[in-house]
Design a protein. Structure first.
Ligand code: ATP
Length: 333
């Protein structure tokens, strides 16, 4: 029996969470869900977006399936996503982006894994004004965190039989911060002579990614570049509805799709549940349930390849739950 915290979140979160939980509950794995909520939708009731019961549940269960959370606009609210990653020291954000047969896209054969440093960079939240017209943001990079994330990337690459790790950076301009990240990456890369190591300045890396995405393998980079690169790569494989993600630390893991709360789709039951279902497969991998994770992935890919019971972003007319129900049919075949 696994005790897992579920945070439905905001916008399309509750809809895609319903789909993912329905699929997981039909995989014949015993999961005891603790459903708690955070984000804009709980502010009115609880007075703040990250109630204690959420933190308590994560501390107890240490494995979380999470929907997107909107940070309420206003100077009193910091990003809850960033807060959770920092509080539970979830230093590695892992986002596998693959071309799924059946999805209409100009590209095929994409199979990259973005590994993003998740606790530092420009996400420290340290910003201040020195006068009415001047604002500063602090970009923090430490050797310890940089080596830790690059080490994670190489270990990941080895474990998943990957060939190459590419470090994206902007050390030509940010000589101290990205310079330190790059220096740390080189240091770690020397310990893995059997894996190819490559460096690219992030803007050039974006251009090359758009021209030849199938040439990339495992990517490692500071926080903000990872955020931007994730959405860009999602676009290359057919959209944000398809890309899963995991936030991993030593003592806890929060599994969440790359997409946000997509307010334009909220309440329509048309959001694609694939990203959160594939995120659930990453969670199963983490729990050691590799076979179940594979069954789940195969079922999702078959539904997408058939192209009938898919959501409007994949040019179908299925509802979020309708697509999830179709996945369950293939699980049971
Ligand atoms: P955030 O700032 O919270 O990360 P964002 O501005 O990146 O959010 P998203 O909410 O991630 O925006 O979504 C951008 C667009 O992608 C949405 O408006 C929606 O059209 C599309 N999208 C996102 N998720 C899905 C999904 N699960 N299914 C279908 N389309 C989606």
């Amino acid at each position: 029996m696994y005790n897992i915290t579920a945070i439905p979140g905001d916008g399309i979160g509750p809809e895609v969470m319903e789909g993912a939980m329905y699929v997981l509950d039909n995989l014949r794995i015993k999961i005891k869900w603790d459903i708690v909520n955070a984000g804009a939708s709980v502010v009115q009731e609880k007075g703040r977006p990250l109630p204690d019961e959420v933190l308590q549940s994560i501390t107890t269960n240490r494995v979380v399936l999470k929907g997107p959370i909107t940070t309420p606009v206003g100077k009193d609210f910091r990003s809850i996503n960033v807060e959770l990653r920092k509080r539970f020291k979830l230093y590695a954000n892992v986002r596998p982006v693959i071309s799924i047969p059946g999805v209409k896209s100009r590209y095929s054969g994409i199979d990259v894994v973005i590994i993003r440093e998740n606790t530092q960079g420009l996400y420290t939240g340290i910003e201040y004004k020195t006068d009415r017209d001047t604002a500063h943001a602090l970009k923090l990079i430490t050797r310890e965190a940089s080596e830790r994330i690059v080490q994670f990337a190489f270990v990941y690459a080895k474990k998943h039989h990957r060939k190459r790790v590419t470090c994206f950076h902007k050390a030509n301009i940010m000589k101290l911060t990205d310079g330190l990240f790059l220096e740390s990456a080189r240091q770690v890369a020397r310990r893995y002579p059997d894996l190819e190591y490559q460096e690219l300045i992030v803007d050039n890396g974006c251009m090359q990614m758009v021209i030849n995405p199938e040439k990339f393998d495992v990517l490692v980079m500071p926080n903000l570049y990872g955020d931007i690169m994730s959405d860009m790569c999602a676009g290359l494989v057919g959209g944000l509805g398809l890309v899963p993600g995991a936030n991993i630390g030593k003592d806890a893991a929060i599994f969440e799709a790359v997409h946000g709360s997509a307010p334009d789709l909220a309440g329509r039951n048309t959001a694609n549940p694939t990203a959160l279902i594939l995120t659930s497969a990453l969670m199963l991998d983490y729990l050691g349930e590799k076979d179940k994770a594979e069954i789940l992935r195969k079922a999702v890919f078959r539904v997408i390849k058939e192209g009938i019971y898919v959501t409007p972003d994949l040019l179908g007319s299925a509802s979020t739950l309708g697509m999830a129900e179709e996945v369950v049919k293939y699980i049971n075949l």
